[in-house]
Design a protein around this ligand. Structure first.
Ligand code: ADP
Length: 505
């Protein structure tokens, strides 16, 4: 408490700049909230800056009000006014920027995916920095998430640091190198950046396309660069880097991978209000009750209460290994298990393809595909399932394997990215026994997944006591933000110490 009070009295330590408030847009919102809350618990003052999207879930925000200041920010040769709103999300203070611009940025009934995303986010990055600058706060760290806010790094050093706003150090986290934010070079000038200076191979020029690359700018101009797991940090130094590998290699001294945590308050089977029955590692009766309940709810009939239930909860995009997800459904049917898929796709032909599979199994007692986003149902599926499948082609971190384990659903995953850092094969003798917590396979063909699934089924049916111990062990693993937040804290502290050292010399 004393520690908290004493540190809480400080000026702003960490100004998080992030984008996505609702969970429908993927894991990033979970990450920023989880990291922010953990840093706050450690005594730091964390504030978040977001666009004021028209489609935000307002019921998640308390005390939302507009401030009586207007921030002027530069865009494409003019100054525009921005209203600034404040509110609290899960205990974290948030500033919402509402641009008064004719293009109606962030007033599109969706978060992103617009033809002018590059403009929207370069506008937002500039306005967010202007807000921090005009607030007069003494900020230690500005932490930018993904390319949409990476404009902040070059803007800060090229424009704001020279105006005396120079106490902060910049941390850039790339959550997925698939998305880098590229555009024709002249577009960079909208937010006031100097195209001639930046359109160079060692700065923001894209390594392949003769365009400008914002994620590259984030890497080159930040003091700290992170991604979301140690294995993915290695992968992106080669092909996984999608063209940025050489840039990452060049800047490797400031680049690290830190495995995300999960929000263990939200994801807690012993308090989860979405569940029919709460349960814990020492009382697995409750888990069985959730399984019976879900079966009833979804019309999955079984004479055998212990018939294994395999689940998959995912965005249906190529990254997630669509052919292997399909294969897992057929293979589970062949092995006489039950399968539940909860997923939706932003890509119409993929959504249709899975609707086809769903129709095929409509009258089957063992297979259900629910092709929508449904948070409440996701909790029930984590709780009800015995196994959880994640056959991703690549996976920067992945949250679902950690959530699944916390709910006693044993993960079956492809060895890639963050899955390598969190799931260790039960039969792999090169790994200490206490770490082994699931089943893994390496290749992207159906055969490797099949034999992995067979191994899991075999333990489940032939060695129920071993399985039960595995479930209990998985439920007790610490996937909280505690340790990752400490790692970020160490990075922030050494960047701040270096900055102070430099200021004194
Ligand atoms: P990504 O960010 O690539 O989508 P992650 O594993 O990092 O993947 O995070 C996915 C998050 O979204 C998890 O919390 C998962 O439970 C949730 N999720 C994904 N699809 C659905 C869905 N159809 N319904 C409910 N929750 C979903």
């Amino acid at each position: 408490e004393a520690y908290f009070a004493c540190k809480g009295a400080k000026e702003s330590d960490v100004m998080e700049t992030f984008l996505k408030l609702t969970k429908q847009v993927g894991g990033l919102a979970d990450v920023v909230t989880g990291l922010g809350k953990a840093l706050q618990t450690k005594g730091h003052l964390v504030e978040i800056v977001l666009p004021k999207y028209d489609c935000m879930q307002l019921d998640q925000i308390t005390n939302l009000k507009v401030l009586d200041v207007v921030i002027q920010s530069y865009f494409d040769g003019n100054l525009f006014s921005n209203n600034v709103w404040t509110g609290t999300v899960e205990g974290l203070p948030v500033y919402f920027i509402e641009p008064q611009h004719p293009s109606k940025f962030f007033w599109r009934a969706q978060y992103y995916g617009e033809h002018d995303d590059f403009k929207c986010y370069s506008y937002f990055s500039r306005a967010a920095l202007e807000l921090l600058y005009q607030s007069g706060k003494k900020i230690d760290i500005i932490h930018c998430h993904d390319w949409q806010t990476a404009f902040v790094a070059p803007l800060y050093w090229d424009i704001y640091a020279t105006r005396g706003f120079s106490s902060a150090r910049i941390c850039f986290t790339c959550h997925n190198f698939e998305y880098q934010g590229t555009a024709p070079a002249p577009d960079l000038s909208y937010c006031g950046l100097d195209v001639e200076q930046l359109d160079r191979p060692d700065r923001m020029q894209d390594n392949a396309h003769g365009r400008i690359n914002v994620a590259k700018g984030g890497i080159v101009y930040s003091n700290i660069v992170t991604t979301v797991s140690p294995t993915y940090a290695l992968e992106v130094r080669s092909e996984g880097g999608r063209g940025l590998q050489d840039t990452l290699k060049m800047h490797s001294r400031k680049f690290v991978g830190i495995l995300n945590g999960i929000d263990t308050g939200t994801w807690n089977p012993s308090t989860d209000r979405f569940l029919a029955v709460q349960y814990s590692a020492t009382d697995l009766q409750g888990k069985a009750a959730n399984k019976a309940f879900l079966r009833k709810q979804l019309g999955l009939y079984s004479e055998d209460a212990s018939q294994p239930l395999v689940a998959c909860i995912t965005r249906l995009v190529p990254q997630k290994g669509l052919h292997l997800i399909r294969h897992a459904i057929y293979k589970t049917a062949e092995l006489e298990g039950q399968f539940v898929l909860l997923g939706s796709s932003p890509v119409p032909h993929i959504q249709r393809e899975f609707e086809g599979v769903a129709d095929q199994f409509q009258k089957n007692n063992n297979i259900r595909l629910i092709l929508k986003y449904d948070e409440a149902l996701s909790h029930c599926i984590y709780a009800a399932s015995d196994m959880f499948i994640i056959p991703s082609m690549f996976e920067p971190c992945g949250l679902t394997q950690m959530i699944a384990m916390r709910y006693g659903s044993v993960p079956i995953v492809r060895q890639t990215g963050g899955l390598c850092d969190s799931v260790f094969d039960f039969d792999d003798e090169t790994i200490p026994v206490e770490l082994r917590n699931g089943f893994t396979f390496a290749r992207t063909d159906e055969q490797d997944l099949s034999s992995c699934l067979e191994r899991a089924f075999s333990y489940y049916s032939r060695k129920p006591m071993v399985w039960k111990q595995l479930v209990q062990k998985d439920m007790q693993i610490d996937f909280s933000w505690d340790s990752p937040a400490s790692q970020y804290e160490n990075l922030y502290q050494s960047a701040v110490a270096q900055a102070r050292g430099a200021a004194q010399t």
